[in-house]
Write a protein of this length. Structure first.
Length: 268
């Protein structure tokens, strides 16, 4: 008898909601593409003027996909999307939180000079939104035998040039994932984060020191790091969405070419 060997995580039969797709260079787009290739049925979310951009990107995916309206800072929209997904699918197997926003003043290079309302807006959109999204969809996730929530982060154990309140928000995001893992584990819902190396996206272009940070990764990472390729990050997200990670929750998985493990860049 010949054994069947599964060579990659399967998402066959999984129903997954993916937020944060903008252009086809976004990490969330790469996740959507990889998830479909792995067999998942997906829907995307977007809102306001960005929705047209998301819809254009959605047409480039392997299979047609709907884009639903969702502003995660609006409680009524969260309730509405939960109702819509209950009608559409009845359950939800996975959620990808790829949402972050910071006004320009939040990354000015001087943390203490940022107005409190700007810091709060960054925190609300980039961190609190994870808890709101997971809580709003908890009933649908509970209906799956093995459900998973995955959020996208960036190395938060160190201070980066000009990253400022977004860096603080990412540190809090990873803590939020741990607390949600504690609260939702009894329902069989896993919550993890992927800390991605710098990827050249539209959002990354708003970070003043992005090129400097990406250069540091390319120099230090033992495996090297390609800032134009989001697929390694997408693969890790799909792993966390799959049953292959069924024993993992409350974790931050680093996908950065090994940069985090290196204290000093090697001599060249």
């Amino acid at each position: 008898m010949t054994a069947t060997v599964c060579t990659s995580p399967s998402l066959a039969g999984k129903r997954v909601l993916i937020t944060g797709v903008s252009t086809d260079r976004s990490i969330a787009y790469a996740v959507a593409h990889e998830a479909q290739e792995a067999g998942a049925e997906i829907v995307l979310t977007s809102f306001d003027r960005m929705r047209a951009v998301t819809e254009r990107s959605a047409r480039r995916l392997p299979e047609p996909v709907d884009v639903l309206e969702l502003d995660v800072t609006d409680e009524r929209q969260l309730e509405r999307i939960a109702t819509e997904l209950r009608t559409r699918w009845g359950r939800l197997d996975g959620v990808v939180h790829a949402i972050a926003h910071a006004p320009p003043e939040a990354m000015s290079g001087e943390l203490g000079s940022t107005p409190a309302e700007v810091a709060c807006a960054t925190f609300n959109a980039s961190t609190v939104s994870l808890a709101r999204l997971a809580t709003a969809l908890r009933g649908l996730l509970r209906g799956s035998t093995r459900s998973s929530v995955v959020s996208l982060s960036f190395e938060s154990s160190v201070a980066w040039p000009s990253y400022d309140w977004m860096g603080v928000a990412k540190a809090a995001l990873e803590a939020t994932a741990r607390y949600l893992a504690r609260d939702l584990g009894g329902d069989g819902i896993r919550v993890n984060a992927v800390s991605a190396g710098p990827v050249l996206t539209v959002a990354a272009g708003q970070i003043p020191a992005f090129a400097e940070i990406a250069d540091a990764y390319a120099h230090r990472a033992p495996l090297g790091w390609d800032r134009t390729d989001a697929r390694p990050v997408a693969g890790a997200v799909c792993f966390l969405l799959s049953d292959w990670s069924r024993g993992m929750t409350g974790q931050t998985l680093h996908v950065d070419g090994g940069c985090r493990s290196i204290g000093l860049a090697p001599e060249v």
